[in-house]
Design a protein around this ligand. Structure first.
Ligand SMILES: Cc1ncc(COP(=O)(O)O)c(C=O)c1O
Length: 418
Protein backbone atom coordinates (compact mmCIF):
# COMPACT_ATOMS: atom_id res chain seq x y z
CA UNK A 1 0.00 0.00 0.00
CA UNK A 2 2.92 2.34 0.61
CA UNK A 3 3.58 2.66 -3.16
CA UNK A 4 -0.09 3.32 -3.83
CA UNK A 5 -0.23 6.04 -1.15
CA UNK A 6 2.96 7.64 -2.40
CA UNK A 7 2.32 7.51 -6.14
CA UNK A 8 -1.38 7.37 -6.87
CA UNK A 9 -3.51 10.49 -6.90
CA UNK A 10 -5.72 11.33 -3.95
CA UNK A 11 -8.64 10.64 -6.25
CA UNK A 12 -8.27 6.91 -5.56
CA UNK A 13 -11.24 5.58 -3.66
CA UNK A 14 -11.73 1.80 -3.40
CA UNK A 15 -8.18 1.26 -2.18
CA UNK A 16 -9.23 3.39 0.80
CA UNK A 17 -12.35 1.32 1.54
CA UNK A 18 -10.42 -1.94 1.06
CA UNK A 19 -6.85 -1.09 2.10
CA UNK A 20 -5.02 -4.28 1.09
CA UNK A 21 -3.14 -5.18 -2.08
CA UNK A 22 -5.09 -7.72 -4.13
CA UNK A 23 -3.35 -10.30 -6.24
CA UNK A 24 -5.70 -13.00 -7.49
CA UNK A 25 -9.40 -13.49 -7.98
CA UNK A 26 -11.62 -16.43 -8.80
CA UNK A 27 -15.42 -16.67 -9.02
CA UNK A 28 -16.74 -14.81 -5.96
CA UNK A 29 -13.36 -14.55 -4.22
CA UNK A 30 -10.56 -12.01 -4.13
CA UNK A 31 -7.19 -12.89 -2.60
CA UNK A 32 -4.73 -10.36 -1.27
CA UNK A 33 -0.96 -10.54 -1.70
CA UNK A 34 -0.70 -12.62 1.49
CA UNK A 35 -3.22 -15.13 0.19
CA UNK A 36 -6.10 -14.04 2.46
CA UNK A 37 -9.47 -14.86 0.95
CA UNK A 38 -12.27 -12.26 0.71
CA UNK A 39 -15.82 -12.92 -0.43
CA UNK A 40 -16.80 -10.41 -3.09
CA UNK A 41 -20.29 -8.93 -2.73
CA UNK A 42 -19.25 -5.95 -4.84
CA UNK A 43 -18.28 -7.57 -8.16
CA UNK A 44 -16.51 -4.56 -9.62
CA UNK A 45 -19.63 -2.42 -9.06
CA UNK A 46 -21.61 -4.75 -11.28
CA UNK A 47 -18.88 -5.53 -13.81
CA UNK A 48 -18.27 -9.11 -12.72
CA UNK A 49 -21.77 -10.55 -12.93
CA UNK A 50 -20.25 -13.78 -14.26
CA UNK A 51 -17.59 -13.89 -11.53
CA UNK A 52 -13.83 -13.31 -11.55
CA UNK A 53 -11.85 -15.16 -14.21
CA UNK A 54 -14.87 -17.07 -15.45
CA UNK A 55 -13.44 -20.37 -16.68
CA UNK A 56 -15.55 -20.67 -19.83
CA UNK A 57 -14.65 -17.14 -20.98
CA UNK A 58 -11.01 -17.52 -19.97
CA UNK A 59 -10.58 -20.46 -22.32
CA UNK A 60 -12.02 -18.49 -25.24
CA UNK A 61 -9.78 -15.52 -24.45
CA UNK A 62 -6.64 -17.67 -24.20
CA UNK A 63 -7.46 -19.41 -27.49
CA UNK A 64 -7.99 -16.07 -29.18
CA UNK A 65 -4.65 -14.74 -27.89
CA UNK A 66 -2.82 -17.92 -28.90
CA UNK A 67 -4.16 -17.53 -32.40
CA UNK A 68 -3.03 -13.92 -32.67
CA UNK A 69 -6.60 -12.67 -32.96
CA UNK A 70 -6.99 -8.94 -33.67
CA UNK A 71 -6.67 -7.00 -30.42
CA UNK A 72 -6.99 -3.45 -31.63
CA UNK A 73 -8.70 -2.50 -34.84
CA UNK A 74 -10.37 0.87 -34.21
CA UNK A 75 -13.86 0.12 -35.49
CA UNK A 76 -12.78 -2.08 -38.38
CA UNK A 77 -14.84 -5.14 -39.21
CA UNK A 78 -13.41 -8.18 -37.45
CA UNK A 79 -14.50 -11.76 -37.00
CA UNK A 80 -14.77 -11.23 -33.23
CA UNK A 81 -17.09 -8.26 -33.72
CA UNK A 82 -19.21 -10.09 -36.29
CA UNK A 83 -19.61 -13.05 -33.94
CA UNK A 84 -20.74 -10.80 -31.11
CA UNK A 85 -23.26 -8.94 -33.27
CA UNK A 86 -24.73 -12.15 -34.68
CA UNK A 87 -25.15 -13.62 -31.23
CA UNK A 88 -26.57 -10.43 -29.77
CA UNK A 89 -29.17 -10.48 -32.51
CA UNK A 90 -30.08 -14.16 -32.21
CA UNK A 91 -29.89 -14.67 -28.43
CA UNK A 92 -30.88 -11.29 -27.06
CA UNK A 93 -32.71 -9.10 -29.58
CA UNK A 94 -34.85 -11.52 -31.59
CA UNK A 95 -36.40 -13.45 -28.68
CA UNK A 96 -37.30 -10.10 -27.10
CA UNK A 97 -38.68 -8.69 -30.31
CA UNK A 98 -36.13 -5.84 -30.30
CA UNK A 99 -34.61 -4.41 -33.45
CA UNK A 100 -31.71 -2.27 -32.27
CA UNK A 101 -28.68 -0.96 -34.10
CA UNK A 102 -25.46 -1.20 -32.09
CA UNK A 103 -22.97 1.61 -31.60
CA UNK A 104 -19.61 0.77 -30.04
CA UNK A 105 -18.41 3.72 -28.02
CA UNK A 106 -15.27 4.30 -25.98
CA UNK A 107 -14.71 1.57 -23.40
CA UNK A 108 -16.35 2.89 -20.24
CA UNK A 109 -19.97 3.42 -19.37
CA UNK A 110 -19.77 7.17 -19.41
CA UNK A 111 -18.74 7.05 -23.08
CA UNK A 112 -21.97 5.26 -23.93
CA UNK A 113 -24.00 7.82 -21.98
CA UNK A 114 -22.26 10.70 -23.76
CA UNK A 115 -23.08 9.17 -27.14
CA UNK A 116 -26.69 8.49 -26.17
CA UNK A 117 -27.25 12.08 -25.02
CA UNK A 118 -25.58 13.49 -28.11
CA UNK A 119 -27.64 11.30 -30.43
CA UNK A 120 -30.92 12.20 -28.69
CA UNK A 121 -30.19 15.92 -28.94
CA UNK A 122 -29.23 15.58 -32.61
CA UNK A 123 -32.42 13.70 -33.42
CA UNK A 124 -34.89 15.93 -31.61
CA UNK A 125 -32.94 19.17 -32.12
CA UNK A 126 -33.67 20.15 -28.50
CA UNK A 127 -31.07 20.74 -25.85
CA UNK A 128 -32.95 19.82 -22.69
CA UNK A 129 -32.71 16.35 -21.11
CA UNK A 130 -34.80 15.17 -18.16
CA UNK A 131 -32.95 13.18 -15.53
CA UNK A 132 -34.01 12.07 -12.06
CA UNK A 133 -33.21 12.65 -8.43
CA UNK A 134 -30.48 10.23 -7.25
CA UNK A 135 -29.65 9.24 -10.83
CA UNK A 136 -26.05 8.26 -11.62
CA UNK A 137 -24.85 8.16 -15.21
CA UNK A 138 -21.09 8.73 -15.09
CA UNK A 139 -18.63 11.53 -14.56
CA UNK A 140 -17.53 13.00 -17.87
CA UNK A 141 -19.03 16.40 -18.64
CA UNK A 142 -22.25 15.30 -20.37
CA UNK A 143 -22.96 12.31 -18.16
CA UNK A 144 -22.03 14.26 -15.03
CA UNK A 145 -24.59 16.90 -15.95
CA UNK A 146 -27.35 14.26 -15.75
CA UNK A 147 -25.93 12.78 -12.51
CA UNK A 148 -27.72 14.08 -9.45
CA UNK A 149 -25.38 13.67 -6.47
CA UNK A 150 -23.82 16.99 -5.49
CA UNK A 151 -20.61 15.29 -4.30
CA UNK A 152 -19.67 14.67 -7.91
CA UNK A 153 -20.99 17.89 -9.40
CA UNK A 154 -20.47 20.70 -6.93
CA UNK A 155 -16.80 21.40 -7.41
CA UNK A 156 -16.68 20.55 -11.10
CA UNK A 157 -18.21 23.86 -12.18
CA UNK A 158 -19.75 22.20 -15.19
CA UNK A 159 -22.54 23.67 -17.21
CA UNK A 160 -25.73 22.69 -15.45
CA UNK A 161 -28.07 24.14 -18.01
CA UNK A 162 -29.92 21.87 -20.45
CA UNK A 163 -30.81 19.32 -17.80
CA UNK A 164 -33.98 19.27 -15.68
CA UNK A 165 -34.12 17.00 -12.65
CA UNK A 166 -37.50 15.61 -11.68
CA UNK A 167 -38.49 13.29 -8.82
CA UNK A 168 -37.87 9.57 -9.40
CA UNK A 169 -40.50 7.01 -8.51
CA UNK A 170 -41.02 7.07 -4.74
CA UNK A 171 -39.00 10.23 -4.16
CA UNK A 172 -41.97 12.11 -2.72
CA UNK A 173 -43.23 9.12 -0.74
CA UNK A 174 -45.08 6.00 -1.78
CA UNK A 175 -48.40 7.80 -2.17
CA UNK A 176 -47.21 10.37 -4.71
CA UNK A 177 -47.10 9.34 -8.36
CA UNK A 178 -44.19 11.39 -9.67
CA UNK A 179 -45.10 10.45 -13.24
CA UNK A 180 -48.21 12.60 -12.85
CA UNK A 181 -46.08 15.38 -11.44
CA UNK A 182 -43.88 15.14 -14.54
CA UNK A 183 -46.90 15.11 -16.83
CA UNK A 184 -48.02 18.42 -15.38
CA UNK A 185 -44.57 19.92 -16.06
CA UNK A 186 -44.64 18.72 -19.66
CA UNK A 187 -48.18 19.89 -20.33
CA UNK A 188 -47.63 23.37 -18.96
CA UNK A 189 -45.36 25.54 -21.07
CA UNK A 190 -45.06 27.82 -18.06
CA UNK A 191 -43.60 25.08 -15.84
CA UNK A 192 -40.08 26.21 -16.64
CA UNK A 193 -39.12 22.73 -17.87
CA UNK A 194 -38.59 22.67 -21.62
CA UNK A 195 -39.76 19.61 -23.53
CA UNK A 196 -36.58 17.55 -23.59
CA UNK A 197 -35.04 15.55 -26.38
CA UNK A 198 -34.78 12.61 -24.02
CA UNK A 199 -35.53 11.28 -20.58
CA UNK A 200 -32.68 9.24 -19.12
CA UNK A 201 -33.17 6.86 -16.22
CA UNK A 202 -32.07 3.69 -14.47
CA UNK A 203 -34.91 1.24 -13.72
CA UNK A 204 -33.14 0.50 -10.43
CA UNK A 205 -30.89 3.30 -9.25
CA UNK A 206 -27.62 1.61 -8.31
CA UNK A 207 -25.25 4.28 -7.03
CA UNK A 208 -28.20 6.40 -5.90
CA UNK A 209 -29.18 3.87 -3.21
CA UNK A 210 -31.10 0.95 -4.83
CA UNK A 211 -34.31 2.75 -5.59
CA UNK A 212 -36.55 0.50 -7.65
CA UNK A 213 -38.97 2.05 -10.14
CA UNK A 214 -42.30 0.25 -10.39
CA UNK A 215 -43.37 -1.30 -13.69
CA UNK A 216 -46.40 0.96 -13.71
CA UNK A 217 -44.28 4.10 -13.33
CA UNK A 218 -41.94 2.99 -16.09
CA UNK A 219 -44.87 2.34 -18.40
CA UNK A 220 -46.30 5.77 -17.63
CA UNK A 221 -42.96 7.39 -18.40
CA UNK A 222 -42.75 5.49 -21.68
CA UNK A 223 -46.29 6.50 -22.62
CA UNK A 224 -45.47 10.15 -21.88
CA UNK A 225 -42.38 9.92 -24.04
CA UNK A 226 -44.55 8.79 -26.95
CA UNK A 227 -47.16 11.44 -26.27
CA UNK A 228 -44.70 14.34 -26.05
CA UNK A 229 -42.30 13.10 -28.74
CA UNK A 230 -39.45 12.47 -26.29
CA UNK A 231 -36.86 9.71 -26.56
CA UNK A 232 -36.56 7.28 -23.66
CA UNK A 233 -32.99 6.34 -22.72
CA UNK A 234 -32.63 3.47 -20.27
CA UNK A 235 -29.19 3.46 -18.70
CA UNK A 236 -28.72 -0.27 -18.12
CA UNK A 237 -25.01 0.00 -17.40
CA UNK A 238 -25.27 -1.24 -13.82
CA UNK A 239 -28.52 -3.18 -13.69
CA UNK A 240 -28.54 -4.65 -17.21
CA UNK A 241 -26.68 -7.85 -18.14
CA UNK A 242 -28.84 -9.99 -15.85
CA UNK A 243 -28.57 -8.09 -12.59
CA UNK A 244 -32.36 -7.93 -12.18
CA UNK A 245 -32.85 -11.49 -13.41
CA UNK A 246 -33.60 -10.38 -16.96
CA UNK A 247 -30.94 -9.58 -19.53
CA UNK A 248 -32.33 -6.04 -19.75
CA UNK A 249 -33.72 -4.54 -16.58
CA UNK A 250 -36.68 -3.00 -18.43
CA UNK A 251 -38.03 -6.31 -19.76
CA UNK A 252 -40.25 -6.90 -16.74
CA UNK A 253 -42.11 -3.63 -17.27
CA UNK A 254 -42.73 -4.57 -20.90
CA UNK A 255 -41.35 -1.28 -22.22
CA UNK A 256 -39.17 -0.79 -25.29
CA UNK A 257 -36.79 2.11 -24.78
CA UNK A 258 -35.65 4.07 -27.82
CA UNK A 259 -32.05 4.04 -26.62
CA UNK A 260 -30.23 1.74 -24.19
CA UNK A 261 -26.74 2.05 -22.75
CA UNK A 262 -24.84 -1.08 -21.72
CA UNK A 263 -21.37 -1.50 -20.24
CA UNK A 264 -19.85 -3.05 -17.05
CA UNK A 265 -20.75 -6.77 -17.31
CA UNK A 266 -21.43 -6.61 -21.03
CA UNK A 267 -17.76 -7.45 -21.71
CA UNK A 268 -18.34 -10.58 -19.62
CA UNK A 269 -14.90 -11.04 -18.13
CA UNK A 270 -14.40 -7.60 -16.65
CA UNK A 271 -12.91 -6.33 -19.89
CA UNK A 272 -14.07 -2.86 -20.88
CA UNK A 273 -16.77 -2.72 -23.54
CA UNK A 274 -19.64 -0.28 -23.93
CA UNK A 275 -22.44 0.04 -26.41
CA UNK A 276 -25.43 2.19 -27.19
CA UNK A 277 -28.40 0.37 -28.67
CA UNK A 278 -31.08 2.31 -30.51
CA UNK A 279 -34.11 1.76 -32.65
CA UNK A 280 -33.16 1.42 -36.31
CA UNK A 281 -34.78 4.69 -37.47
CA UNK A 282 -32.76 6.68 -34.92
CA UNK A 283 -29.47 5.84 -36.61
CA UNK A 284 -28.79 9.30 -38.01
CA UNK A 285 -25.05 9.27 -37.30
CA UNK A 286 -22.75 10.29 -40.13
CA UNK A 287 -19.68 8.03 -40.53
CA UNK A 288 -17.14 8.79 -37.81
CA UNK A 289 -19.27 11.56 -36.31
CA UNK A 290 -18.80 10.03 -32.86
CA UNK A 291 -15.43 8.44 -33.16
CA UNK A 292 -12.61 7.38 -30.82
CA UNK A 293 -9.55 5.14 -30.80
CA UNK A 294 -10.80 2.46 -28.45
CA UNK A 295 -14.22 1.73 -29.87
CA UNK A 296 -14.75 -1.96 -29.76
CA UNK A 297 -12.29 -3.96 -27.73
CA UNK A 298 -11.79 -7.17 -29.67
CA UNK A 299 -10.70 -9.22 -26.67
CA UNK A 300 -13.85 -8.07 -24.90
CA UNK A 301 -15.89 -9.04 -27.98
CA UNK A 302 -14.66 -12.59 -27.42
CA UNK A 303 -15.67 -12.71 -23.75
CA UNK A 304 -18.92 -10.80 -24.37
CA UNK A 305 -19.86 -13.34 -27.03
CA UNK A 306 -19.13 -16.20 -24.64
CA UNK A 307 -21.16 -14.50 -21.88
CA UNK A 308 -24.24 -14.48 -24.09
CA UNK A 309 -24.30 -18.28 -23.85
CA UNK A 310 -25.72 -17.80 -20.35
CA UNK A 311 -28.84 -16.37 -22.03
CA UNK A 312 -29.57 -19.16 -24.52
CA UNK A 313 -32.52 -20.26 -22.41
CA UNK A 314 -34.14 -19.10 -19.18
CA UNK A 315 -32.22 -21.34 -16.79
CA UNK A 316 -29.72 -18.64 -15.77
CA UNK A 317 -32.52 -16.18 -15.21
CA UNK A 318 -34.33 -18.63 -12.92
CA UNK A 319 -31.15 -19.15 -10.94
CA UNK A 320 -30.71 -15.40 -10.48
CA UNK A 321 -34.24 -15.05 -9.10
CA UNK A 322 -33.77 -18.04 -6.83
CA UNK A 323 -30.58 -16.64 -5.33
CA UNK A 324 -32.09 -13.16 -5.12
CA UNK A 325 -34.85 -14.58 -2.95
CA UNK A 326 -32.22 -16.00 -0.60
CA UNK A 327 -30.62 -12.57 -0.15
CA UNK A 328 -33.92 -10.80 0.21
CA UNK A 329 -35.21 -13.23 2.84
CA UNK A 330 -31.98 -12.92 4.82
CA UNK A 331 -32.02 -9.13 4.70
CA UNK A 332 -35.65 -9.01 5.84
CA UNK A 333 -34.72 -11.35 8.68
CA UNK A 334 -31.86 -9.02 9.70
CA UNK A 335 -34.10 -5.98 9.52
CA UNK A 336 -36.54 -7.69 11.92
CA UNK A 337 -33.88 -9.09 14.22
CA UNK A 338 -32.08 -5.75 14.57
CA UNK A 339 -34.79 -3.04 14.81
CA UNK A 340 -32.10 -0.57 16.03
CA UNK A 341 -30.91 -0.41 12.43
CA UNK A 342 -34.23 1.11 11.36
CA UNK A 343 -33.48 -0.77 8.18
CA UNK A 344 -35.25 -0.80 4.87
CA UNK A 345 -34.68 -3.59 2.34
CA UNK A 346 -34.78 -2.48 -1.29
CA UNK A 347 -34.10 -4.18 -4.59
CA UNK A 348 -35.18 -6.82 -7.06
CA UNK A 349 -33.62 -9.71 -8.94
CA UNK A 350 -30.09 -9.91 -7.57
CA UNK A 351 -29.47 -6.31 -6.58
CA UNK A 352 -30.39 -5.35 -3.05
CA UNK A 353 -29.73 -2.58 -0.62
CA UNK A 354 -30.06 -2.42 3.15
CA UNK A 355 -30.66 1.22 4.07
CA UNK A 356 -29.74 1.82 7.71
CA UNK A 357 -29.92 4.71 10.08
CA UNK A 358 -27.93 6.70 11.07
CA UNK A 359 -25.91 6.73 7.86
CA UNK A 360 -22.50 6.34 9.60
CA UNK A 361 -23.67 2.96 10.81
CA UNK A 362 -23.62 1.70 7.21
CA UNK A 363 -19.94 2.56 6.81
CA UNK A 364 -19.11 1.02 10.20
CA UNK A 365 -20.84 -2.19 9.12
CA UNK A 366 -19.06 -2.21 5.75
CA UNK A 367 -15.70 -1.71 7.51
CA UNK A 368 -16.48 -4.49 9.95
CA UNK A 369 -17.46 -6.76 7.03
CA UNK A 370 -14.12 -6.01 5.41
CA UNK A 371 -12.33 -6.92 8.66
CA UNK A 372 -14.25 -10.18 8.50
CA UNK A 373 -13.21 -10.69 4.86
CA UNK A 374 -16.38 -9.66 3.07
CA UNK A 375 -16.24 -6.92 0.46
CA UNK A 376 -19.23 -4.73 -0.13
CA UNK A 377 -19.91 -1.18 -1.15
CA UNK A 378 -22.14 1.62 0.07
CA UNK A 379 -24.60 3.60 -2.01
CA UNK A 380 -27.07 6.43 -1.59
CA UNK A 381 -26.79 10.17 -1.18
CA UNK A 382 -25.49 9.83 2.38
CA UNK A 383 -23.81 6.45 1.88
CA UNK A 384 -26.46 4.97 4.14
CA UNK A 385 -27.21 1.95 1.97
CA UNK A 386 -25.24 -1.30 2.13
CA UNK A 387 -25.29 -2.65 -1.38
CA UNK A 388 -25.36 -6.32 -2.44
CA UNK A 389 -23.97 -6.97 -5.89
CA UNK A 390 -22.44 -10.44 -5.59
CA UNK A 391 -21.58 -12.19 -8.86
CA UNK A 392 -24.72 -13.76 -10.34
CA UNK A 393 -22.81 -17.03 -10.56
CA UNK A 394 -22.01 -17.20 -6.83
CA UNK A 395 -22.68 -20.59 -5.21
CA UNK A 396 -25.36 -20.94 -2.53
CA UNK A 397 -22.74 -21.86 0.07
CA UNK A 398 -20.60 -18.78 -0.47
CA UNK A 399 -23.65 -16.55 -0.66
CA UNK A 400 -24.76 -17.90 2.66
CA UNK A 401 -21.26 -17.58 4.15
CA UNK A 402 -21.14 -13.93 3.05
CA UNK A 403 -24.56 -13.22 4.54
CA UNK A 404 -23.46 -14.80 7.83
CA UNK A 405 -20.41 -12.50 7.88
CA UNK A 406 -22.77 -9.60 7.32
CA UNK A 407 -24.91 -10.65 10.26
CA UNK A 408 -21.91 -11.10 12.54
CA UNK A 409 -20.60 -7.68 11.49
CA UNK A 410 -23.94 -5.99 12.15
CA UNK A 411 -24.10 -7.60 15.55
CA UNK A 412 -20.52 -6.50 16.40
CA UNK A 413 -21.18 -2.91 15.35
CA UNK A 414 -24.41 -2.74 17.36
CA UNK A 415 -22.70 -4.19 20.44
CA UNK A 416 -19.91 -1.59 20.19
CA UNK A 417 -22.41 1.25 19.96
CA UNK A 418 -24.19 0.22 23.18
C1 LIG B 1 -26.06 3.52 -14.27
C2 LIG B 1 -24.67 3.91 -14.58
N1 LIG B 1 -24.41 4.66 -15.67
C3 LIG B 1 -23.17 5.03 -16.00
C4 LIG B 1 -22.10 4.67 -15.23
C5 LIG B 1 -20.72 5.11 -15.61
O1 LIG B 1 -19.95 4.04 -16.02
P1 LIG B 1 -18.35 4.17 -15.98
O2 LIG B 1 -17.98 4.26 -14.54
O3 LIG B 1 -17.86 2.91 -16.62
O4 LIG B 1 -18.00 5.37 -16.75
C6 LIG B 1 -22.30 3.91 -14.07
C7 LIG B 1 -21.19 3.54 -13.20
O5 LIG B 1 -21.32 3.13 -12.08
C8 LIG B 1 -23.62 3.52 -13.74
O6 LIG B 1 -23.87 2.81 -12.64
Amino acid sequence: METIRRMESKVRSYSRSFPVVFKRAKDAFLFDSKGTRYIDFFAGAGTLNYGHNNEMMKEKIIDYLKNDGIIHGLDMATVAKTDLLNKLESIIFKPRNLDYKVQFTGPTGTNAVEAALKLARMIKKRSNIISFTNGYHGLTMGSMSVTANAYYRDKAFIDRSDVSFLPYDGYLGKEVNTALYMRRFLEDNSSGVDIPSAIILETVQGEGGIHVASDKWLREIEAMCHEFDILLIIDDIQVGNGRTGYFFSFEKAGIKPDIVTLSKSFGGYGLPLSVVLFKRDLDIWKPGQHTGTFRGNNLAFVSATAALDYWKDDSFSKEIFRKGEIIEARLIMLKEKYPELKAEVRGRGFIFGLAVSPAQRASKIAQECFKNKLILELAGATNNVIKFLAPLTISDDILSEGLSILEKSISNVLKESK
